[in-house]
Design a protein around this ligand. Structure first.
Ligand code: 26Q
Length: 821
């Protein structure tokens, strides 16, 4: 598979130390004696960048001058996590860094800690984009990540004294940010508003205002590939700076208003990751980065050409649309080709169609973006015209294909009438070459349910690419102990760029020595995490308990409620004397989750979890047996610390709702066992690790559909489950009676009401199965060797879930390109 070309850097520790000293002196103006860990971090970052520059330039040169098509990954989010360790690893400078820190008298941890984590994403979709650009570079495929350099990333989460979530702004640029390079000379003008007029028989857009898009470039080094790609994130700047300089406005404050408004576009990441509202600023963000990126790609691939032959564009670059967020790129490329370069409609359409592909990341209908036509018309009047024309062409095409009238109506991209709107998923499906879901089950449901009308007319457009995660960050960096053990077991570290080699561990699952070592690694990771959590959160965690983790965004469909109800039920059994706590497997339950600021039930669930934790952790009856911790502000750093320490991972979404999940893959690859439903990529994980090494429970997707058909959520059927199951009843009653709200019966009334009267995601219906599987899990855990053997088999059989494999699938099925020669 991946050829290993770039060996470990031949630089010595001493030489690297000197380079860091030089940066301290000439860039920061401090002596090594004056330097703080934060100074050393900045200096090291600058020193590492210098080692990557030659490969970066060569990659760009080969990309433009060779005949390998590049990939443009268009994404509103890149959730990168901290950069330093990753850059050192991929530059082959990890050991030199450790040596240099010794020489300079710094603790590597302090230096790594000094970096502020960039949180330019909400969750899975943003992190996937980060894994994919890592894999593209590691495989050696020329690629750009294109996105927005938000000034404020995903909010910081705190909890107040009542356990409620409080959001504070994430100003990640407080200190010097040494990775990005702002390139004022490669800016782009992005127009907005105004009107379209007829001039010499042509439609001409007369925009009302414009924003200056300034790129900030981040190097994306491949692991042992010798290639370095570019992540280009755009910042919005005002052109009115010039007005300000002349100061011709009477009131200074008024004078800065246009500047503030323009720069607002890249100010903040929207923290919603479902039920998006049709907000004007959000559409401005989308158009802003997509328009700048398309123009940038043309600039890169046709340097200096006044009349480029853009019919060759599809041979130069293929754009992947990460969900519907960049889909306005389709009418934008049409506009650029027709209005700016003079192509006729059909030629423009053929180019556009070949250049774009669309990845869908959801099944929830409310998460599919639909924009009011009035808003598009106000901001992008020419695009609205083009969209309407695409819709007309589409409908005639469908008619010509003999599609029935009612189906054609259902498939409209542009819906006419008073509340006219534009369906971005439909525009993407028609406007691009391929549509993919992110796990097999998800892709099947996309074809058969969400986009059924489309797949019946265009079956060949639909394909699947199951998600993956980068083994460099999520195994090697997150879990160095296990990585060493794997390399020892396999006799090589080549598995890091060819993860299927983990299969070589299968025989070692029957070697008690290896299994013991594996269990010892997990224990050491748990000890480390307990220390980390003490330092960072003040928690007193017992590392000799089972670590049971649920980390992901807070959503009803993900069912954190199911987990917390099960915890409450166990607690109730201990309190009532039904269960002797000494017979339980001692367990520490971890939650990590942010809720969208306006998502009421999600926020109530957070409050409930925090208060269950408070009550249980302070009750002597459960001491040493059951504890709950909710470290706040779940982010990539916490993931990298907690995943390697976890014994049992929770993937308990309602079947048919989680498109894929990627946390599930990270856990399996780090030797956690999964308790999960047949949803998203869980299905494929279970197939690969073996049903006997996976704790399956709950309804399947067809069973879920059947229960909806019976009226589960509309006829209040959940109440029957409550009435029939005393353990479930008791848990819910405790939430209602004030046990977790200092006696107040109102605190959780909306949550309880929802459970008993609607329960759309069928938490109550799956409760019994969930309690039963937890009992089985306890039995298994009592046999440490058995558990560890199952964990080894999870690792050994999860190599498929490398994002390198996902990228290979994209290359073969969608992009039809490959590595640079
Ligand atoms: C859209 C419009 C306006 C405001 C916000 C949004 C928005 C932002 C983010 C909508 C959705 C998202 C993020 C979605 C997401 O993270 N989806 C997850 O993608 C993962 C990668 O494919 C999957 O593994 C998860 O199953 C899926 O939930």
């Amino acid at each position: 598979m991946t050829e290993i070309t770039a060996p470990k850097s031949s630089l010595t520790s001493g030489e690297f130390t000197d380079e860091i000293r030089e940066q301290l002196k000439y860039t920061q103006g401090v002596t090594p004696e004056q330097a703080t860990a934060a100074d050393v971090y900045v200096a090291t970052a600058a020193a590492v960048r210098r080692h990557l520059v030659d490969s970066w330039m060569k990659t760009q040169h080969d990309m433009v001058n060779g005949d390998t098509k590049a990939v443009g990954y268009l994404s509103a989010e890149f959730l990168m996590g901290k950069q330093l360790e990753n850059a050192l690893l991929n530059a082959g400078l990890t050991e030199q860094f450790e040596g240099a820190m010794k020489e300079l008298g710094f603790d590597t941890k302090d230096v790594i800690d000094a970096e502020y984590e960039p949180g330019l994403g909400n969750g899975g979709l943003g992190r996937l984009a980060a894994c994919y650009i890592d894999s593209l570079a590691s495989i050696g495929v020329p690629a750009f990540g294109y996105g927005i350099r938000y000034q404020y990333g995903i909010f910081k989460q705190e909890f107040d004294e009542n356990g409620k979530q409080v959001e504070t702004p994430d100003y990640w640029l407080v200190n010097e940010e040494p990775w990005g390079h702002v390139d004022y000379n490669r800016d782009q003008r992005v127009n907005f508003g105004g009107e379209v007029v007829e001039e010499n028989g042509k439609r001409v857009w007369k925009p009302a205002w414009a924003v200056r898009a300034v790129p900030c470039d981040y190097m994306v080094p491949g692991y042992k590939s010798g290639r370095v790609n570019t992540l280009r994130l755009w910042t919005a700047k005002s052109y009115d700076e010039f007005d300000l300089l002349t100061f011709n406005k009477s009131d200074y404050l008024d004078a800065v208003i246009p500047k503030v408004e323009a720069e607002n576009i890249s100010k903040i990441l929207y923290p919603e990751d479902s039920t998006p509202q049709g907000k004007k600023l959000r559409l401005e963000q989308q158009y802003f980065f997509v328009s700048a990126s398309i123009h940038d790609a043309i600039r890169v691939f046709y340097p200096g050409e006044k009349n480029p032959d853009l019919t060759t564009l599809p041979n130069k670059i293929v754009f992947q649309l990460n969900d519907t967020h960049p889909v306005i790129g389709i009418p934008e490329l049409m506009r650029v080709l027709i209005d700016e370069y003079g192509y006729d409609w059909d030629t423009a359409w053929s180019i556009t169609n070949k250049t774009f592909n669309y990845t869908c990341h959801t099944l929830l209908p409310e998460a599919l973006e639909v924009w009011p036509a009035s808003l598009i018309g106000e901001l992008l009047p020419r695009h609205l015209e083009i969209i309407k024309k695409i819709n007309e062409q589409f409908m005639s095409e469908l008619k010509a294909k003999g599609v029935a009238d009612d189906q054609i109506e259902r498939m409209r991209i542009y819906t006419d009438g008073k509340d006219a709107s534009v369906r971005m998923a439909y525009l993407a499906t028609y406007g691009g070459s391929y549509v993919n879901g992110v796990a097999e089950l998800h892709s099947e449901l996309l074809k058969d349910v969400t986009l059924k009308d489309f797949s019946s007319v265009y079956p060949d457009k639909f394909t699947n690419v199951t998600n993956g995660v980068t083994p460099r960050r999520f195994i090697k960096l997150a879990n160095p102990r296990m990585s060493d053990l794997i390399s020892e077991g396999l006799g090589t570290d080549a598995w890091l760029s060819d993860l299927e080699q983990l299969k070589g561990l299968i025989p070692l699952a029957d070697d008690p020595e290896f299994v013991k070592k594996f269990a010892a690694v997990k224990q050491a990771n748990k000890n480390d995490f307990a220390a980390f959590a003490k330092r960072k959160y003040g928690f007193d965690i017992d590392p000799n308990t089972m670590f049971n983790t649920m980390i992901k965004r807070l959503h009803e469909y993900k069912r954190q409620a199911l987990k917390i109800l099960a915890v409450i039920a166990t607690y109730a059994d201990i309190k009532s004397g039904k269960v002797d706590p000494d017979t339980l497997v001692p367990r520490t339950v971890f939650f990590g989750a942010k809720a969208a600021p306006g998502y009421y039930l999600a926020k109530q669930t957070i409050q409930l979890i925090n208060n269950v934790a408070r009550v249980i952790n302070n009750d002597p009856a459960t001491k040493g047996k059951l504890h709950v911790y909710f470290p706040w502000n779940y982010n990539i750093e916490l993931a990298q610390n907690l995943i390697p320490a976890t014994d049992l991972d929770e993937q308990i979404s309602q079947a048919g709702k989680e498109a894929s999940g990627t946390g599930n893959m990270k856990f399996a690859l780090n030797g956690a066992l999964t308790v999960g439903t047949l949803d998203g990529a869980n299905v494929e994980i279970r197939e690969r690790v073996g049903a006997e090494n996976f704790f399956l429970f709950g309804m399947t997707e067809p069973e879920v559909s059947a229960l909806y058909a019976k009226g589960y959520d509309t006829k209040g059927l959940s109440r029957e489950y409550y009435e029939k199951d005393p353990q479930l009843k008791q848990a819910i009653d405790m939430v209602a009676d004030g046990t977790f709200s200092n006696g107040d019966k109102d605190t959780y009334k909306d949550l309880v009401n929802d459970w008993l009267n609607k329960d759309y995601f069928m938490t109550l219906a799956d409760f019994r199965a969930y309690m039963d599987i937890q009992a089985e899990i306890e039995e298994t855990y009592r046999d440490p060797m058995k558990w560890a053997r199952m964990a080894v088999l999870n690792v050994a059989n999860s190599g498929y879930f490398s994002s390198d494999r996902s990228i290979e699938d994209y290359l073969e099925r969608i992009w039809h390109t490959g590595a640079l020669k």
